[in-house]
Design a protein around this ligand. Structure first.
Ligand SMILES: [Zn+2]
Length: 388
């Protein structure tokens, strides 16, 4: 029942909130606006709107448009160098989880007197140097409903040389804009991947050893909203009510990671996408999820919690923990992601042993959050059971 709730980010939530950004007193004179290397922020007009909002608020800006999915250390480092060179005093992340995570890390590393991103990574083979200067203030404008990154202090960075994908702890955003109108254009496939990411942040949090009353409150609200509205958002992306509820679930799941914690499912997925860079985070989670949660259900370590989640997901008459697996499979089918295949992304069973080791070496802390002990052999078995 003990927890610390200390999330200092101002959140502007709801349709049309981006249009109010200019009413905020900006935290600096020149912002580095970070977007992806894709087209969506430009063709949908979001970039233009953000630049105009900053201008109206009296701030100058420059754009860094190179962030890829599962952002690389070298790319984020380019953003750090641009922010330093241009003397930007605040950062704006405009995009999905990869962009928001990159903005968190750029804001943290740019003001440090020396060093590059990997020097300050505290996990795996990172340099483990402490951040000695406060982060630049930064604004997160999320265009997806998945990672909850707009309300957390974490980023994720990938290092292809060492095959690592690890968390990076920076500071909380100064401001978050969660405007579901910016999510209307996300294609169905990615709507589903991102929505399941939000779901798993809360499902993992709810069964974790670090669950508490505050975490459970936001987690169950998120689970209920994803179960009810994700199929609608996948089916009809222009459904603003479904997008709004998914945006809400996403932010609640973000809070769940602030007051609670994910479990090792996230470590196992990071290993998959560290080895296979094209694999979207949410898709990787979906692939391993049924075997992963089945493991804990068979240990009978938190039956009541699985039953509660099954009820939250619409199985009102749920009586046994296995009903959660049925609810999860049904939701995957309703969102057309039940038959995702690892082999479609080039994943091969020969890699499972190395991936199991990688999951523990890079994100080992999450295994401490599991409600039952997951040994390396169990991790390999879950990968094997999930393989198609
Ligand atoms: Zn995630």
């Amino acid at each position: 029942m003990s927890y610390i709730w200390n999330i200092p980010t101002k959140v502007m939530f709801g349709s049309g909130q981006l249009n109010s950004l200019h009413d905020e007193a900006m935290p600096g004179k020149k912002g580095l606006v970070v977007i992806s290397n894709g087209k969506s922020a430009k063709v949908n007009g979001y970039l233009e709107r953000v630049l105009q909002e900053l201008k109206t608020a009296g701030a100058a800006s420059i754009v860094f448009d190179h962030i890829e999915a599962n952002p690389l250390e070298a790319t984020i480092q380019q953003g750090v160098e641009l922010a330093r060179r241009e003397q930007c005093d605040f950062i704006v992340g405009l995009g999905g989880g990869s962009v928001l995570d990159a903005a968190t890390i750029i804001a943290a590393v740019a003001p440090q007197p020396s060093g590059r991103v990997w020097d300050y990574v505290a996990m795996g083979s990172g340099g483990k140097r402490p951040l000695t200067v406060s982060s630049l203030p930064y604004i997160e404008v999320t265009t997806s409903a998945g990672t909850g990154s707009e309300v957390d202090a974490w980023g994720v960075v990938s290092n292809p040389d060492t095959k690592e994908k690890v968390g990076f702890k920076g500071e909380y955003p100064w401001l978050a804009i969660v405007d579901p109108e910016l999510m209307l254009t996300v294609p169905p496939k990615f709507t589903a991947y991102q929505g399941f990411d939000a779901l798993f942040h809360s499902v993992e949090g709810y069964i974790s050893n670090f669950c508490n009353e505050a975490a459970a409150m936001v987690e169950r609200e998120a689970i209920r909203n994803v179960a009810q509205y994700l199929p609608l958002a996948v089916k009809d992306g222009s459904n603003l009510e479904a997008r709004t509820k998914m945006a809400f679930a996403n932010t609640m799941s973000g809070y769940s990671m602030d007051v609670g914690s994910c479990t090792s499912e996230h470590a196992m997925e990071h290993a998959l996408s560290a080895f296979h860079h094209a694999l979207p985070h949410g898709a990787g989670l979906i692939m391993i999820s049924l075997a992963y949660f089945k493991y804990f259900i068979e240990q009978h370590v938190c039956d009541d919690r699985f039953i509660m989640m099954a009820k939250d997901m619409g199985k009102k008459d749920a009586q046994k923990p296995e009903d959660f697996l049925t609810a999860l499979a049904d939701l995957q089918k309703a969102c057309q992601v039940y038959d995702l295949k690892m082999s479609d992304y080039g994943i091969h069973p020969d890699e499972f042993q190395a991936m199991a080791k990688n999951a523990r070496d890079t994100m080992g802390g999450l295994f401490m959050c599991d409600p039952a002990k997951l040994r390396e052999a169990d991790v390999i078995k879950i990968y094997e059971q999930s393989y198609r």
